[in-house]
Ligand binder design. Structure first.
Ligand SMILES: [Fe+2]
Length: 129
């Protein structure tokens, strides 16, 4: 920065990383952004499955020194669940069964890489009666 001010947006270890251009993610973004597979609509209070995977767009390392430590799923800002992983013997994919009584606009998944910080993706979903 010309004025010497340091910005959180310039540091991947600061805050939550989201794709800068979702239609054209960088290789770093492809390696870290969780991919959410879920129906576009779900019935009120009807269980449905949400699959979350890191590495689907571009493989992420999975070794003791560099791995995805956990995945979390949210409906809007409401926490729904978490899966934790170790480096080497696991693969960062989780299937959550959830039921929602109302929508928050989108499902959100967060993934933490032990070297590259916190990443978030979202997928719209509508809860219908
Ligand atoms: Fe990483």
């Amino acid at each position: 920065m010309a004025d010497g001010t340091l910005k959180c947006a310039d540091d991947i270890l600061c805050g939550i990383n989201r794709p800068k251009d979702p239609a054209n993610p960088s290789d770093l973004e492809k390696k870290h952004l969780p991919v959410i597979e879920a129906p576009a609509q779900a019935g009120k209070d009807q269980p449905f499955q949400v699959r979350v995977e890191v590495g689907k767009l571009l493989a992420h390392p999975n070794e003791p020194a560099h791995f995805i430590a956990w995945l979390e799923l949210y409906s809007g800002e409401t926490f729904l669940g978490r899966a934790e992983f170790t480096g080497g013997g696991s693969y960062p994919t989780a299937v959550f069964t959830v039921k929602l009584s109302h929508g928050h606009g989108a499902l959100r998944a967060r993934a933490l890489c032990n070297l590259h910080g916190l990443w978030e993706s979202e997928r719209p979903i509508e809860i219908i009666s």
